[in-house]
Design a protein around this ligand. Structure first.
Ligand SMILES: Cc1cc2nc3c(=O)[nH]c(=O)nc-3n(C[C@H](O)[C@H](O)[C@H](O)COP(=O)(O)O)c2cc1C
Length: 187
């Protein structure tokens, strides 16, 4: 199964990247998992403005920023998508929102009808739930076939030492059930 899992964060120490990869590696699957992801550098593109877009078109002949196209290509190649949202001031991280804005100028249905699991985590007790709620409401309009969502509060206390399992039984059970559902939707 081809899995595209990434933290919606521009940080190179992203806890949401860790959570997305944790979830991908737990997907129940009879074939090996082929994992693709995003690195911090993949979020490093100019702040979107129509002027920046025009400059890009004038210099390259295309409005498609290569890093936004790379995001779309990774989604297109995947059977399933896992995104874990960093929360900044109750919202998406600016890094993710900017990449998302550039990508939406190429293809409005960014998620291309792929089965998608939405996660979030933060060091605090709400686990990035506000950003997750924004994603739950809006991403179906951008082509995400959302199979479910889960936030993990208090990231730094949530896992065992080698990050092989969630300490909380209920969260662990809900994660496993969501991953079963996601796997069952893989094409
Ligand atoms: C500018 C800024 C705003 C933040 N706002 C929130 C917030 O609203 N809610 C929250 O739970 N954590 C907030 N945090 C803490 C982040 O959850 C924490 O930095 C987390 O590590 C971000 O996820 P990441 O490591 O995947 O980038 C904020 C952090 C920064 C730097």
């Amino acid at each position: 199964m081809k899995v595209f899992a990434f933290g919606a964060s521009g940080s190179d120490t992203s806890i949401n990247q860790k959570l997305a990869v944790f979830a991908a590696n737990k997907l129940p699957c009879s074939t090996p998992i082929e994992l693709s992801t995003l690195e911090a550098d993949d979020f490093d593109l100019p702040l979107f403005t129509s002027q920046k877009e025009q400059e890009l078109e004038q210099s390259t002949g295309s409005k498609a920023h290569p890093k936004a196209q790379a995001l779309l290509d990774k989604i297109q190649a995947a059977d399933v998508v896992i995104v874990s949202f960093a929360e900044h001031n109750g919202n998406y991280s600016a890094a993710f929102k900017n990449l998302f804005d550039w990508a939406s100028r190429i293809e409005q249905k960014i998620f291309q009808n792929k089965p998608t699991l939405l996660l979030s985590t933060s060091p605090g007790g709400r686990g990035g739930k506000s950003a997750l709620e924004i994603a739950e409401k809006s991403l179906p309009r951008f082509g995400a076939a959302v199979v479910g969502s889960l936030s993990i509060p208090s990231f730094h206390e949530a896992f065992n030492e080698n990050m092989s399992m969630l300490r909380n039984d209920e969260l662990s059970y809900r994660m496993d059930e969501l991953l079963k559902t996601l796997s069952s939707h893989a094409s």
